[in-house]
Design a protein around this ligand. Sequence first.
Ligand code: PAF
Length: 280
Amino acid sequence: MIAPIVRTLPELRAETKVWRKAGETIGVVPTMGALHEGHLSLVRAARAKCDRVIVTIFVNPKQFNDPKDLENYPRTEQEDARKLKSIGIDLIYVPDPDQIYPEGFATTVSVSGLTDMLCGESRPGHFDGVATVVSKLFLQTSADFAFFGEKDFQQLQIVRRMAADLDIEIEVIGCPTIREEDGLAMSSRNLLLSDRSRIKAPVLAEVMNDVRDALRAGGRMSEIGPEAEARILAAGFNKVDYLELRAGRDLGLLDTASEDARLFAAAWLAGVRLIDNIGV
Ligand code: PAF
């Protein structure tokens, strides 16, 4: 059965109130739609842990720093609902824009520190938009558990910080990145790649794996990094926003491998910005 789609907060709350009264746990998977296997793995994790599962689909204008990017973002609601059918979720929340940002909306949730680097540096305002919409979705759904992909590792850490700082009673669960057979991390943005770009795209993960191996063998990022960036560019990428080794917990910059180290990358390929990260 296709789960019912609700578009307003009163409709959403009418459902969640009944579940709460029955003592059922609620899991939420926040998405911007264009669902792929990565999203579906989050939904399955939610299904396995929670009595009730809500998937939210909202292309959040506040997290796009480029209006063209917002305009081009894939929107595939019917297809998304069809993909969710086989997992058997309880509700799809596709809020009308005024249910998230009513007239006069004037609040921004801003997490400092964790947002200063990586995507925060190259996409000013992006994480304020994310933290604002996710805090609203947490409060609107009153979920007990929220599921996010490690593919957006910085986002995951920011959301965890936000929920803890605002005393929102929700456990934020990170789930592993799902990859295509050739290693490319699954992303809704992959739909925007041309056939030619799609062939080049896995080079990002390939280079990252090589850097990880070199770091594990005792190499220093300051020495390995420049050559790795040059390889990404030589494969046809137009720009590397960052290729950095950082601590998973606080995203502090590192030069050598350690237990908590992760390698983060963002690079542009024919107008499409791809991001990825791996444990080192
Ligand atoms: O990762 C995403 O798709 C979005 O940033 C999120 C968490 C749904 C907030 O809009």
